[in-house]
Design a protein around this ligand. Structure first.
Ligand code: NAD
Length: 461
């Protein structure tokens, strides 16, 4: 059992909260903390983002969040600023939610934003307070920051650090924040643990499981969880590769595996694989950090997990090329989806967009449509062509590629879709369509890990 330092500092039962970095994670956290009844100040260096949030607009797509933001602004409990001096004065507890993207030219996490945010706050806070890291960071970061705080804070070790990793899923962010599967507190003192307990009391009273642990374990929980999820996705996608070579059907295989309680069906969904602002960069940063620590071999399997995931993108392009008759030059492809998953406008490392980019580079005329992510995708890839509606993307297409499984796409009527296109050929990159219904409507359907027309089990020699 790890030992917690004992101090006699009183716990602030209704602490004032700052949330530093109000992107996908921070904006949601700030709104939800206000929802729990706290006074919250959201802080960001991005003035445009703060102006939007102040005026009640969420700068990204997250179902339910705009309504909650409006409600919380109206209570007066939630405000936003770019002024760090104000934040330092305001908060009893400061949550740090800034980004930790993949570093340029390396697998490592870029900790520039974390270091800058901590440095700026630490120098300004002049009364007892708790800094709480929420960003996903390599194990050992909190220990380094603890030393930094002790060296730079005007109040020395009165300023404490805790780590409270976040597991929310984009698309379900509000629900996940208010009803998490578990809470994890990485702490060094009884006071920090007590302060976090007071803060999350409404959730704890509801029976939310709590793990109180040391800082390093708390940091690791998040990357370990993401590594596990990524592995499960790549596992079934590896099975899809085997299915493709044998004529077996990976969907039936996944269904049969899922009935085993020890395995379970969640994240056992074959398709184009994972992407987004977390899983890919988190597993890479984990491998990098493990290497630094001399235990790289322990997580070397994550390299294969990453490679399997990348191969799904290439394989999807292969299927689209095959559907187009073997040559993508001049082929009109309707790319349905750009976001890394439905119910999000996040295009960071999005498989859908990567596939569209590869098709474009091979000379296809790609028209992309995503219900929410067109704008972000266009910003990331200004050369690609975007349609304003699904119908516009489909118009006269030689091949349709389902790349993000939005309801708008999976609920579409194969007949109605067929009436738009030039040829009834579809590649289901997400194994999300009713292939029988499409075939019945005269479509040629190709899907990852499902038997194609020519698939068969080769005889053993
Ligand atoms: P994001 O890029 O959407 O938001 C980061 C925000 O931090 C931006 O608004 C940026 O302007 C701001 N920022 C940068 N430097 C700052 C500074 N010095 N002071 C104040 N603000 C600053 O990123 P995100 O998706 O919200 O992710 C943030 C962290 O949370 C990452 O470590 C990520 O891995 C982790 N996380 C994200 C999710 C998710 O679903 N997005 C879930 C769990 C954990």
């Amino acid at each position: 059992m790890f030992e917690l330092q004992h101090t006699d500092h009183p716990i602030v039962q209704r602490p004032r909260i700052t949330v530093v970095g109000v992107g996908y994670l921070g904006a949601t956290h700030a709104v939800c903390m206000a929802k729990l009844g706290f006074d919250v100040l959201g802080v960001d260096v991005d003035e445009a983002k703060i102006a939007e949030l102040r005026s009640g607009r969420v700068p990204f797509f997250e179902p339910g969040l705009p309504e909650q933001l409006g409600e919380m602004l109206a209570t007066g409990r939630l405000t936003f600023t770019t002024d760090l001096d104000e934040a330092a004065r305001f908060g009893d507890v400061h949550f740090i939610c800034v980004g930790t993207p993949q570093a340029e030219g390396s697998d490592a996490a870029d900790l520039t934003f974390v270091d800058a945010a901590f440095d700026a706050l630490v120098r300004r806070i002049d009364r007892k307070a708790l800094l709480v890291g929420k960003s996903t960071v390599p194990v050992g970061t909190a220990e380094r920051l603890t030393r930094m705080i002790a060296g730079r804070s005007p109040i020395g070790d009165e300023l404490e650090l805790a780590w409270n990793p976040e597991f929310l899923r984009e698309g379900f962010a509000v629900e996940d924040t208010l009803h998490p599967d578990r809470l994890v507190f990485g702490v060094a003192s009884e006071w920090a643990a007590g302060q976090l307990r007071a803060l999350y009391r409404p959730l704890l009273e509801r029976g939310t499981p709590l793990v109180v642990t040391d800082l390093a374990t708390a940091e690791l929980v998040k990357v370990a969880a993401n590594s596990f999820l990524a592995t499960k996705i790549s596992y079934i996608n590896a099975m899809a590769e085997v299915c493709e070579a044998t004529g077996a059907d990976v969907n039936r295989l996944a269904e049969a595996l899922a009935f085993d309680d020890r395995i379970g069906g969640r994240f056992l969904k074959p398709g184009l694989g994972f992407g987004g602002g977390c899983l890919p960069k988190d597993i890479r940063a984990f491998m990098h950090r493990a290497d630094e620590l001399g235990v790289g071999q322990a997580v070397e399997f994550l390299r294969e997990v990453d490679d399997i995931n990348t191969r799904r993108r290439v394989r999807t392009v292969d299927l689209i090329r095959e559907s187009a008759g073997g040559d993508l030059r001049g082929a009109r492809v309707a790319a349905l989806g750009a976001a890394f998953k439905p119910n999000s406008d996040d295009v960071r490392d999005a498989p859908a967009l990567d596939v569209a980019r590869m098709l474009y580079l091979e000379g296809a005329e790609v028209r992309i449509y995503d219900p929410e992510a067109n704008e972000n995708a266009h910003r990331a890839y200004p050369d690609l062509e975007f349609a304003d509606s699904m119908d516009e993307a489909l118009q006269d297409a030689d091949v349709v590629a389902l790349l993000t499984e939005w309801d708008e796409f999976t609920d579409a009527d194969p007949e109605a879709v067929g009436a738009r296109v030039g040829a009834r050929r579809i590649v289901d990159g997400r194994d999300a369509l009713d292939a029988d219904a499409y075939r019945a409507a005269g479509w040629e359907v190709r899907a990852l890990g499902r038997p194609g027309r020519r698939a068969r089990v080769p005889a053993r020699s």
